[in-house]
Write a protein that binds this ligand. Structure first.
Ligand SMILES: *Cc1c(COP(=O)(O)O)cnc(C)c1O
Length: 387
């Protein structure tokens, strides 16, 4: 197994194990990044500079989306998507109950009504068999979240959306590059299947910049124009404001960073897969205690997170690992309908007990492109030894 990415890898002093290691990753590509960033600073084009348009084109080529519109961050992208689809106060949008808060928050700020649907117990993604029972006459959109690196089951989801005339906004903040295969053999990347897909370039995402960043993807030219206008104050030409928009731009500096990092994304994904395989193999011995990530045959996995289901006493295991110098994270400790801000404020689209149970049993292990073999083996050994 090759653990070394292309480029120089400095043999550094022994470091503590980290969940993610962004500084070492930067050191591997420092020359290119520094050159790109300095180029922007020297150009004086800090807003909407050349790199922004170029990155949009490169992202379109990479993902297969016809149009990519960069914006300020992934949460803005979700709000912009809902605005551009003309969703109105009171319209219901279906979201998974087990996920990051961004989609429901964006919906709630627009006075839409989020409806929580349970997730599949092994993929963590929205359970497509539970969507239809949650649909009401007010339902206007489904927002699947491709969680931890795997595409939700989009073929049946799109069938349901078409049958009920619903928009689909894919929250693809965590799964750029994940490929979904339809039953006729066509393959599409996560985020390019529904009406709109959103990306986040938050530093810890698989394609992360050095600050905030996001983008919207669509195959619909008219919608693309509207999305783009929304990111710049609804402006159709300078000082003519066609629609109500906002200010949500990707900095030229961040676009320049992302241009460099996009050229490494496939290598980064390969590395994450190797690390995930290593964990899978090592932890097989303890299938009595842990469930390793499960992938539906239709989707591959890009492992933004490597998330175990711990069958018993997750919190004790986390403490034990911490004592051994192994950081872990619980993504996510509360389902949306238990969050103080949303409790009793969102309709529950059926029973949500899978989401509730997952919040008590998931544990994400260190996963990043700078993991070394020795530390990974150490993590596996400690997990196997845990009594
Ligand atoms: C990170 C993330 C977002 C938000 O992205 P930001 O760029 O931080 O606003 C939205 N949804 C999911 C699932 C995320 O993981």
């Amino acid at each position: 197994m090759c653990w070394v990415l292309p480029g120089k890898r400095k043999k550094d002093v022994k470091k503590a194990i980290q969940m993610v290691d962004l500084t070492t990753q930067y050191q591997q590509i420092q020359k290119e990044i520094d050159h790109a960033v300095l180029g922007v600073i020297r150009s004086g084009q800090y807003i909407n500079g050349e790199a922004v348009g170029k990155l949009a084109a490169e992202l379109a080529a990479y993902t297969g989306a016809k149009q990519v519109i960069p914006c300020g961050n992934g949460t803005d992208a979700l709000r912009i998507a809902m605005t551009a689809l003309d969703l109105q106060p009171g319209d219901e949008v279906i979201v998974p109950a087990f996920t990051y808060v961004a989609a429901v928050e964006a919906a709630a700020l627009l006075r839409l009504a989020p409806v929580a649907v349970d997730v599949h117990p092994r993929t963590f993604n929205i359970d497509v068999n539970r969507i239809e029972e949650a649909i009401s006459p007010k339902t206007k959109a489904i927002i699947p979240v491709h969680l931890f690196g795997q595409t939700a089951d989009m073929e049946p989801l799109m069938r349901i959306a078409r049958r009920h005339n619903l928009f689909v906004i894919e929250d693809n903040a965590q799964s750029i590059g994940s490929v979904y295969t339809f039953s006729d053999g066509t393959q599409k990347q996560a985020g390019t299947i529904g009406d709109i897909g959103i990306l986040s370039f938050f530093p810890t995402k698989n394609l992360g910049c050095y600050g905030d960043g996001g983008a919207l993807m669509t195959n619909d030219e008219l919608l693309a124009k509207k999305l783009q206008m929304t990111t710049v104050h609804g402006q159709s030409q300078k000082y003519v404001h066609q629609i109500i928009g906002c200010n949500s731009r990707l900095d030229t500096l961040q676009a320049a960073v992302l241009q460099v990092k996009l050229t490494y994304l496939d290598d980064y994904i390969q590395f994450r897969r190797k690390l995930a395989n290593r964990y899978d193999e090592g932890l097989k011995l303890r299938s009595d205690r842990f469930e390793t990530p499960y992938c539906i045959p239709e989707s591959d996995h890009v492992y933004n997170q490597y998330t175990l289901i711990v069958k018993e006493n997750r919190d004790n295991l986390q403490l034990y690992l911490k004592e051994k110098g192994i950081p872990t994270t619980v993504y996510y400790p509360l389902p949306l309908h238990f969050q103080p801000a949303f409790k009793n404020k969102m309709r529950m689209g059926g029973d949500l007990s899978v989401s509730e149970k997952l919040c008590r049993s998931v544990l994400s292990l260190p996963m990043h492109t700078e993991a070394d073999e020795e530390q990974t083996q150490y993590i596996i050994d400690q997990l196997i030894r845990y009594e």
